[in-house]
Design a protein around this ligand. Structure first.
Ligand SMILES: Cc1cc2nc3c(=O)[nH]c(=O)nc-3n(C[C@H](O)[C@H](O)[C@H](O)COP(=O)(O)O)c2cc1C
Length: 258
């Protein structure tokens, strides 16, 4: 695949355009060029957002919004796993993902509400690292997202006690079937399809919802030839303003050796 950066309009939110030729992507945003500007931009979250949008439009990989997110538990042991970034909000600067609030990562964040997220699009030669503070999403946002999901995903949130042990896969399937019945869902024997078209309303379980990762540091990395990669890191301070929000200071960036 060839990326053709035109790079004229450095406009926040500018979208990449897909050419009629399947293998050529024409991008019209300087954020998508193969180097960061000499004068580092003051809006790195907008750059990361443009990269995510381009990776999505270019269909470079399954789940272009997947990211590795790391937590550190009370015992100081870091651990990481993949989640899907469901909302990237460059202003004021946080990203959103959803999970089980009783999972291992959630327990880690109860003890230590900090996280590091990593997105990597190999085909585009780009990496984004974001570090910051974790808070839960507002309940109404989690409700709205949960309501937008299909019944299978909704059942998944009820059916699995994420991160807990289980005796076997068969026991897991029995547990899911039982919880589906409790919710009024009639499953076919394969557990994958519904036995009738009558899908009951499924409420969000209180133990499942969104998290916001409020960025305090972001690094943008662009692959270069001969390993002369381009790399810069920005930092800022955030101060808690409410249960879900922070007030922010401007980003301050420095170029790093690769
Ligand atoms: C592509 C991909 C996407 C995933 N998305 C999510 C997600 O959005 N939320 C989630 O809780 N787990 C997701 N998972 C599963 C997690 O990686 C992980 O197994 C699970 O959250 C349990 O992690 P924990 O025990 O460390 O809390 C995803 C896994 C993959 C491979």
């Amino acid at each position: 695949m060839m990326i053709v950066p035109i790079g004229s309009a450095n406009l926040p939110g500018a979208q990449p355009e897909q050419s009629s030729h399947q293998d050529i992507i024409i991008v019209t945003d300087a954020k998508l060029a193969d180097r960061l500007p000499d004068d580092l931009p003051s809006d790195p979250m907008h750059w990361a957002d443009a990269w995510l949008k381009e990776a999505t439009a270019a269909k470079v990989q399954r789940n272009p919004n997947s990211m590795t997110i790391a937590s550190v538990g009370a015992n100081s042991q870091p651990s990481s796993r993949v989640v899907l970034c469901k909302d990237f909000v460059p202003d004021p600067g946080f990203l959103v993902f959803h999970t089980n609030y009783r999972s291992q990562k959630s327990l880690d964040w109860t003890a230590n509400p900090r996280a590091a997220a990593l997105m990597h699009w190999d085909a585009l030669g780009r990496q984004v690292r974001i570090e910051g503070t974790i808070v839960r999403s507002p309940e109404e946002e989690s409700d709205a997202y949960f309501a937008s999901r299909d019944w299978g995903s909704q059942l998944g949130a009820w059916g699995s006690d994420q991160s807990e042990t289980i005796a076997s896969h068969d026991v897991l399937v029995s547990q899911i079937r039982q919880r589906a019945a409790d919710l009024g869902l009639k499953l076919d024997p394969d557990t994958q399809t519904l036995a009738d078209d009558n899908i009951p309303h499924i409420a969000r379980p209180a133990h499942w919802g969104g998290f916001r990762l409020w960025a305090t540091a972001i690094e943008l990395w662009i692959e270069g030839t001969n390993r002369i990669h381009d790399r810069a890191r920005w930092q800022r301070d955030i101060v808690r303003a409410s249960e879900h929000t922070f007030s922010i200071t401007p980003w301050s960036g420095v170029r790093l050796q690769p």
